[in-house]
Design a protein around this ligand. Structure first.
Ligand code: MG
Length: 371
């Protein structure tokens, strides 16, 4: 590898989004850019957020770990095969935790390898060209009418399911209203771990709504309580924050902690772990879909490439660019190929799609490391 550039970006969100973690008005993120000795370019997005509320990582900690501990591991590296990429990803495990920082670098390496070998990224990952069904994730709203309007607009745009962020006391009523407004559209709830102390009756009520799944009701580090809950309710539990590696997928499956996995490459450390997590989910018969982290087009296109793997059958949270951003940093932006579907594209890495001028416009700080 010849050089690495780290870019810190601040992207304004189209509208503030509220979850059980708080209100988000903008998205701070890191773009990792690599250049190989042969001149190929690779990019990837580090999805750590400004605050350590989703996981312990932040943009600041990811920047520190990338610059001071991870990027240097590329010195002298020339990649020859997917096995080599996997070995490189495993070598990054010497750095404990910090999966989003690791993923930022690891996925840029995959991206550069796709460009250098002129191979479609989805092919390197072992997937197939296909159209991926897309669902929408709606934040909590103070007014139920606003929520229904948003859901109806999503339905008209073709979204294949609605996911509602919920918290104790803001769950059964809005879900029932959505179910009544759009009886044929699959509906699910995302609790972002807010139900740790919820009474038993709450889950009984949620269980009567015939939801596709309830995402991450309990604490991220508590597979055992998730397993106990899953045995009590019919609605499949989907694990998000709890899954930080392929081994976590196996553990969750073995104790019956869930029926579905929401896989985010940033949360498990990149493409190598994502492929293994996919294989574990398939081997144990778990449903699988790819979640979103308010990514720019760079992260979105990577997620869609991952969705080319056969196990990703449930609708993804990864939508078109204009879902969250006024302007994207890829050109053309990510758009539906038909209402409610994104096409896995045959691009040889995402770097070829980056609009560098637009990327620069949102960049607040960059640093270059030459090898
Ligand atoms: Mg979630």
């Amino acid at each position: 590898m010849k050089r690495c550039r780290l870019h810190r970006l601040r992207m304004p969100l189209r509208q503030p989004t509220r979850t059980s973690y708080g209100v988000h008005t903008g998205r701070d993120l890191i773009i990792v850019e690599l250049e190989t000795v042969a001149g190929a370019r690779g990019v990837a997005e580090c999805v750590a957020m400004r605050e350590p509320t989703y996981t312990e990582e932040t943009v600041e900690t990811a920047w520190h770990v990338l610059r001071d501990f991870l990027v240097g591991r590329l010195r002298g590296q020339v990649f020859h095969s997917v096995d080599h990429l996997d070995r490189f990803a495993d070598s990054l495990l010497a750095i404990r935790g910090n999966a989003m920082a690791r993923a930022g670098l690891e996925m840029a390496v995959w991206d550069a390898f796709a460009a250098e070998t002129e191979t479609p990224l989805y092919q390197l990952l072992g997937g197939q060209e296909r159209d991926v069904p897309v669902g929408i994730s709606l934040g909590m709203e103070d007014a139920v009418d606003t929520l229904v309007e948003r859901a109806q607009a999503a339905n008209r745009a073709g979204y294949q399911r609605i996911k509602l962020k919920v918290a104790p006391g803001e769950d059964v009523l809005p879900l029932r209203v959505l179910r009544d407004a759009l009886p044929d559209l699959p509906l699910m709830a995302d609790a972002n771990s807010a139900y740790q102390d919820a009474p038993e009756s709450t889950f009984a009520e949620l269980d009567e709504l015939s939801l596709m799944m309830i995402e991450q009701p309990l604490s991220p580090d508590d597979l055992v309580d998730h397993a106990r809950l899953q045995h009590r309710i019919q609605t499949p539990i989907c694990l998000d924050e709890s899954i930080r590696s392929a081994a976590d997928v196996r553990r969750a499956a073995e104790i019956g902690a869930c029926g579905v996995i929401n896989l985010k490459p940033g949360r498990v450390g990149g493409f190598t772990q994502s492929r293994r997590a996919h294989d574990q989910a398939c081997a144990h018969g778990l449903g699988l879909w790819c979640g979103g982290m308010y990514e720019t087009g760079i992260g979105r296109l990577h997620n869609i490439a991952l969705c080319s793997l056969p196990g990703f059958q449930l609708p993804t949270d990864v939508g078109p660019s204009d879902q969250y951003f006024v302007e994207d940093i890829v050109e053309p932006p990510v758009r539906f190929c038909r209402p409610g579907f994104l096409r896995v594209e045959a691009m040889c890495g995402v770097a070829e799609r980056v609009d560098w001028r637009s990327l620069q416009r949102y960049t607040v700080h960059s640093e270059q490391i030459d090898f």
